[in-house]
Design a protein around this ligand. Structure first.
Ligand SMILES: Nc1ncnc2c1ncn2[C@@H]1O[C@H](COP(=O)(O)OP(=O)(O)OP(=O)(O)O)[C@@H](O)[C@H]1O
Ligand SMILES: O=c1ccn([C@@H]2O[C@H](COP(=O)(O)O)[C@@H](O)[C@H]2O)c(=O)[nH]1
Ligand SMILES: [Mg+2]
Length: 246
């Protein structure tokens, strides 16, 4: 079931509602597109004999504690890698690499990122799948994906895999905007105009993904306010004592 955002953050002005409609419209187009994505036969990710252990690392969309881009996923992923030996795959980073390599999708991806919109699922999933298949690891942290139900469904259809865990970071928007604006990594989308657009898209499309994993008991919610180490002390127990094989 789809739920739409009833009220948007104060950071988002009413003049942006047409942008939201545009995003939702595009989303619908890609939602119907997914029906044509063939389900991958057993093979691919499973051809190494073992199913991988997959963790999705996302943000929440709870109105009072709304998270979003910049909530610290990448920072916490680095600590999870060091402590639990996962392979970290940031969907955004894979897309940025694709832009840098001048691939056939490069220009489209760059424009989509600048506009804070979502790249077609099939493109993103194929990049993630390629990285997973070429890795020796059996533990993957997939950071910043899936951002929409359509992303989620496409991942399951194309790879035939599902996440074992889903970690959500709750972060107030003001804090998140502050972090993004002081990130200083030269990203084309780290500016206030694009951040507002990313928030609109995020808030419009993320909730169904959260609901889906929550209902399946896979969701771990982390309060992303505090120091990096304080936050990691909430993350650590998610993995401690778990058999990290698929
Ligand atoms: N707990 C924290 N307190 C203060 N700053 C933080 C904290 N965690 C991360 N940061 C800083 O905030 C910025 C954003 O963090 P990070 O890149 O990890 O976020 P992200 O969720 O991966 O963002 P995006 O979705 O845009 O890729 C970085 O400059 C990072 O150093
Ligand atoms: O699954 C994804 C992940 C990312 N994007 C696009 O990339 C930017 C940046 O992503 P970060 O996770 O913040 O690095 C995001 O705003 C989207 O435009 C995507 O389309 N799909
Ligand atoms: Mg990141």
């Amino acid at each position: 079931m789809w739920r739409r955002v009833a009220s948007l953050s104060p950071l988002i002005s009413s003049s942006t509602s047409s942008y939201l409609n545009q995003a939702a419209y595009k989303f619908k187009i890609w939602e119907s597109f997914t029906t044509d994505i063939p389900t991958q036969a057993k093979g691919g990710l499973f051809s190494k004999g073992k199913a991988p252990f997959i963790t999705f690392v996302l943000e929440t969309f709870l109105p009072k504690l709304s998270g979003g881009p910049g909530s610290g996923k990448g920072t916490q992923c680095a600590k999870i890698v060091n402590n639990f030996g996962f392979k970290h795959l940031s969907a955004g980073e894979l897309l940025r690499r694709e832009v840098a390599s001048n691939s056939e999708y490069g220009a489209m991806i760059l424009n989509t990122i600048k506009e804070g919109k979502i790249v077609p699922s099939e493109v993103t999933v194929k990049l993630i799948q390629k990285e997973m298949e070429s890795s020796d690891s059996h533990r993957f942290l997939i950071d910043g994906f899936p951002r929409t139900e359509e992303n989620r469904i496409a991942f399951e259809k194309i790879t035939g895999a599902e996440p074992d865990l889903v970690i959500f970071f709750d972060c107030p928007q003001e804090e998140m905007v502050k972090r993004v604006l002081s990130r200083n990594e030269g990203r084309v989308d780290d500016n206030i105009v694009t951040i507002k657009k990313r928030l609109i898209v995020f808030e419009a499309l993320n909730l169904p993904v959260i609901n889906y994993y929550s209902k399946r008991g896979k969701l771990y919610t982390i309060n992303a306010v505090g120091t990096v180490d304080e936050i990691f002390e909430q993350v650590r127990p998610v993995f401690t004592g778990k058999q990290l094989i698929g």
